[in-house]
Write a protein that binds this ligand. Sequence first.
Ligand SMILES: *[C@@H]1O[C@H](CO)[C@@H](O)[C@H](O)[C@H]1NC(C)=O
Length: 257
Amino acid sequence: MDPNINPKLLVILSMMAMIGTSTAAYAGTAWRQASATFYGDETASATMGGACGYGNLWDSGYGAATAALSTVLFNDGYACGQCFQIRCVSSPNCYYGSPATVVTATNICPPNWGQNSNNGGWCNPPRAHFDLAKPAFMKIAQWKAGIVPVSYRRVACRRNGGIRFKFEGNGYWLLVYVMNVGGAGDIKSMAVKGSRTNWIDMSHNWGASYQAFSSLYGQSLSFRVTSFTTRQTIYVWNAVPANWSAGKTYKTNANFS
Ligand SMILES: *[C@@H]1O[C@H](CO)[C@@H](O)[C@H](O)[C@H]1NC(C)=O
């Protein structure tokens, strides 16, 4: 060891390194209280589409392990893609041992202003509520319960493969849905770079979609994606080839860990 290095400094430096590599701040936090209902049936076909814009959830990689979030949790769409561990608590309808299920936020559960938030208006602010796809609900409680109290916490999203980009829009308006995001699962901001342009900031459209008013047809595209929760940024170089077209979904090899 270099005798000129203060051992106390070394301790501080190694502590900082540990913090840097430790579990992200959103994970491992305390369990919070909410409630859960379900929508759709066992096939989860009713959960396809949804306010995050993922479309068919089997194609976008989320399957039936999904939830619609009440307004406060949905956070104007910035919660799209976040992962939550949920378990039923304090109800005779909870399955024995309170098994937990992990779901991805893919939809909003809109407020129902005609009903009290303690009697039907479960998704009204300021209530934290999960409207689960029925198969996800059936992992934690008997579906006949209708509604159960739950504990929940954010967890890291484990995804197979890289981020996927689904393209919409036209020659002058690039609209991209971002799916299968790992780590915190969410997005704060994005930029796109055509093979003949500099970086162009994209604006949040709705749900998990981002847009740029630029003519980028015929150029291969790279993306810069920043996580909402961790502010970590990754670059997805040449995410799509020059012959990309609207209506198609492209898989990449890059993702948050
Ligand atoms: C688009 O370009 C890629 C890479 O250059 C190529 O592999 C692919 O076959 C092309 N697709 C079409 C539909 O032309």
